[in-house]
Design a protein around this ligand. Structure first.
Ligand code: DAH
Length: 342
């Protein structure tokens, strides 16, 4: 019994001093102590020489020793090849790990819907660069350098070239399409735009717009009204009422802002419509003859309308989101609430 105790003591010290550094060293340890011809088994073999009245005590000592040897092995299990753990622990009947499916971003859901409605009305998608030059973003659209309308659209300039800037509106795509010189034109232009604004619940330094442009012979203001009315009834439902208020944009004449009856209260007054019953959704107008001339289009022959809407604004009305910052904070608790079907 004493010799058994002494042997366990020596081996315990040895085990504690072994610090395997890699899978091979760990395996060497396993073979030496825990293998079928290993030392743990060998020490258990000593039981037969222990007198009957000491067998119980010896059994306890041996079990404690075995547990220690096994625990020492487990504490280095991270070194095992491929870190796959002990193969005998793999339970292949368990269901696989879930693949987390994302959801579409609310702004993309709404943008897709806008584009889809206008495509059905015969509009094609056109896109332009987010880094624009002064001509396409401002000057060609009747906003020369000293025009006061530029004050409302301060933006970020590219240091490399003072003529380059981050576009302030998707109206720049009008210029890109018109300079191609193919008529008639019937396009919808979705995209990201930028402005030098302090970030708050109601303003951001980047947001999204959808521009529309229709130029052909004999296009009238009645076409503009009917097209936009068709759009809002598709977007918000057949009960929506609209109104046009005179407004000013340098690139259209006459210009208007379009309001829809409030989608939350139906017109009786609530916080979304600021108790007016009406919600502003876009700017529009008949394309200014000077703008057509900038692109060598004869205003005596051709006329057209244009409009521009904020995608965040439409999304806010559709989903009652009241803080613009939510769209770019990447909080999945917010983003998961939107599905393509709502
Ligand atoms: N570009 C304007 C803006 O960013 C929106 C706009 C108004 C676009 C009237 C148009 C338009 O095409 O006709 O505020």
């Amino acid at each position: 019994m004493e010799s058994l105790k002494a042997r366990i003591e020596t081996l315990t010290q040895e085990i504690k001093s072994i610090v395997p550094a890699n899978a091979e060293e760990l395996e060497a340890y396993r073979i030496r102590f825990l293998g079928t011809k290993g030392l743990v088994r060998d020490v258990f073999g000593g039981m037969k020489d222990v007198p009957a009245e000491q067998k119980k005590e010896a059994g306890q000592l041996l079990n404690a020793f075995k547990q220690l040897a096994e625990a020492h092995y487990e504490s280095f299990s991270h070194l095992q090849q491929g870190n796959a753990g002990n193969a005998s622990f793999a339970d292949f009947s368990l269901p696989g790990a879930d693949i987390a499916l994302g959801t579409r971003h609310p702004l993309r859901i709404v943008e897709n819907k806008i584009v889809e409605i206008f495509e059905r009305l015969g509009f094609a998608v056109a896109e332009g660069p987010e880094i624009e030059d002064d001509w396409h973003n401002f000057t060609s659209l009747n906003m020369p350098e000293d025009h006061t309308a530029r004050d409302m659209q301060d933006t970020f300039y590219v240091a490399q070239n003072p003529d380059w800037l981050l576009r302030t509106h998707t109206s720049s795509v009008q210029a890109r399409v018109l300079e191609e010189g193919k008529l008639p034109v019937r396009v919808i232009c979705p995209g990201r735009v930028y402005r030098n604004e302090t970030i708050s619940a109601r303003a951001h330094c980047f947001f999204h717009q959808c521009e529309g442009l229709y130029i052909d012979e004999n296009v009238s203001f009645a076409d503009l009204k009917q097209t936009l009315y068709a759009f809002v009834t598709e977007m918000f439902g057949p009960d929506i009422r609209v109104r046009f208020r005179p407004s000013y944009f340098p690139f259209t004449e006459p210009s208007a802002e379009m309001d829809i009856s409030c989608t939350v209260c139906g017109g009786s007054g609530c916080s979304l419509c600021k108790h007016t019953g009406w919600v502003e959704i876009l700017g529009c107008g008949m394309v200014h003859p000077d703008l057509l001339r900038n692109f060598n289009i004869d205003p005596e022959k051709y006329s057209g309308f244009a409009f521009g809407m904020g995608v965040e604004r439409i999304t806010q009305i559709r989903y009652q989101v009241n803080d613009l910052r939510l769209y770019s904070q990447n909080d999945v608790r917010f983003l998961r609430q939107f599905t393509t079907n709502t």
